[in-house]
Design a protein around this ligand. Sequence first.
Ligand code: PLP
Length: 298
Amino acid sequence: MGEGIAFMGGDYLPLEEAKMSIFDTGFLHSDVVYDVTSTWNDYFFKLDEHLERFARSCAGFHLENPYSNAETAKILAGACEKTGIKNAFVHMHVTRGEYPEGSRDPKLCENQFCAYIVPYIWLWGEEKSKKGVNLFISSIERISSRAVDTRCKNFHWGDLIQSQYEAYEHECDDSVLCGPDGNLAEGPGYNIFAVKDGTAATPDSNCLEGISRRSTIELCEMEKVPLETRKVAPDELRNADEAFVTSTAGGILPVTAIDGAPLGNGAPGLITSRLSESYWHRREEGWCGTTVADILAA
Ligand code: PLP
């Protein structure tokens, strides 16, 4: 197993020793919420926003993180300090835990917190994430927010994973799904943006409120790119001048083809590149960041 460290049961552990019970309903029923943030140059990005979203996800699933936000921040920063990883992928989750023998009452489970950090992960590997990918608009519907609240970051990935298989069958790199209303929702691990005539548009519902999505909306304002948050029909993506996805695992990543058909000239679009450069330039300088040292000293 590669570089990194985990935190489970109140202790830091080597990654290969971080193991959970097969009776934890986090495993048996995907009864778990999670969050992922990152560090770059030892700066956590928007850590408070991630911790607040994590707390909202826990509350939305009737789960309780045994640690406060301040304690969670220290656990995560401690993991960075212990490994010395400066650019890190930082994962945390709370599972329901095990039912007591003879019971199926989720209220009786003891919720379990776990976190791990590993070197920064790019959605499609660094090279492809920068060059751009070919996304397939899936026929599989993204689970309705009325069934599982997509604003709570959770492990209900059955639809997302099957849509990836569908994309591979069509020789595409990855997928984007529509919600029950037929409009674009999101993809496996990312939010979607389509750009037409200089204006960017991103779906307003049936998707996770991604922190990178919100940051991109802020960047659009700073970079004077008109932005609309609204229903976006799949044909708008097919006919876009350019498109990109946003994720903690890569920031702003170009989409260069949809369903195998190139967008524009088939290279990352100008607005996509401008926003991505702006994002990474700011991340290098600690934009919206808190240093590992400052968290540990607080
Ligand atoms: N949508 C889904 C389904 C995700 O799983 C993720 C991240 O894992 C995102 C969107 C992007 O969210 P963020 O920008 O907070 O990483």
